[in-house]
Design a protein around this ligand. Structure first.
Ligand code: TMP
Length: 258
């Protein structure tokens, strides 16, 4: 298994060469990082949960006609995906003021926005992923105007779907980040959803208590990170059969529960 060629390693995932040309294996690690890697920890079992949660969401999106890179889950930590050329943008959709938007504009966290807002950040760790506008994106050739339109339309469809999905399980979707890629299909290029959708890249607040069920628990040292991710997985109905062993040290996720 580990003889596979590693194509790319990010902060929370590794991409390996897939079984066929045009495919890759996306492996979810337990690493959690924040503030551009300044803060780092291992949260045992996070990768397993994110693999399941992201599988569930991408499958649903595929079903409603949102094209994605997702093919199928292979095991506890890995999924088969189609290889795409990643557009170097983090596309953030916001429904409620929080995080950097609340800070930047002096808004109260939790205040609903007048409408959903899309923001673009240029994917460049060395620059701390700066916010950019369509002007920068087209001038520097990161995406064409047509691609930006497509990305925005898809981002809003994904938002509409996710808001409803999460509301149905008692969760408010505050905001989230997605990434898109170009997929070549017989000479034709299509924009498809790539990367992942999980509590690592969403803000998810419990409707009743406003408890945070996402990576802000890690960013803000609130504790109970894994428990929050488990709760999201449980409500989505994708919690794995194996209860997670408690304690530190490496965890063999496929072993018998202890
Ligand atoms: P922000 O309020 O910090 O800009 O984050 C907006 C959303 O994007 C939030 O749901 C968290 C997510 N996000 C990422 O997935 N990766 C990142 O590097 C950052 C900064 C935010």
């Amino acid at each position: 298994m580990n003889r596979r060629r590693r194509v790319y390693e990010g902060k929370a995932k590794v991409l390996y060469e897939g079984p066929e040309p045009g495919t890759l294996i996306q492996h979810f690690k337990d690493d959690a990082t924040a503030f551009n890697n300044k803060k780092h920890a291992l949260i045992e079992g996070k990768g397993v949960l994110n693999n399941r949660i992201s599988e569930f969401i991408f499958q649903k999106l595929n079903e409603i006609g949102v094209p994605t890179h997702f093919v199928k889950r292979i095991n506890m930590r890995e999924q088969l995906i189609r290889e795409v050329e990643i557009i170097p943008l983090e596309v953030v959709v916001r429904n409620v003021a929080a995080g950097s938007l609340a800070t930047r504009l002096g808004l109260e966290e939790g205040k609903p926005l007048p409408r959903s807002i899309i923001e673009f950040y240029y994917k460049a760790d060395a620059l701390n992923d700066p916010m950019v506008t369509e002007e920068h994106i087209t001038a520097f050739g990161w995406a064409t105007p047509q691609e930006i339109d497509e990305v925005m339309a898809l981002a809003l469809r994904i938002n509409d779907f996710l808001v409803g999905l999460f509301l149905g399980i008692g969760i408010r979707l505050i905001d989230f980040k997605v990434e898109f890629g170009r997929l070549w299909d017989n000479e034709q290029v299509r924009i498809v959803l790539a990367d992942e959708i999980s509590p690592d890249c969403c803000r998810l607040w419990d409707v009743a208590t406003s408890d945070k069920l996402d990576k802000d628990r890690f960013r803000r040292d609130l504790g109970g990170v894994l428990e929050a991710y488990q709760e999201v997985a449980r409500r989505l109905g994708v919690l794995t059969e194996n209860p997670r062993p408690k304690g530190s040290g490496p965890v063999l996720v496929s072993s018998k529960p202890n």
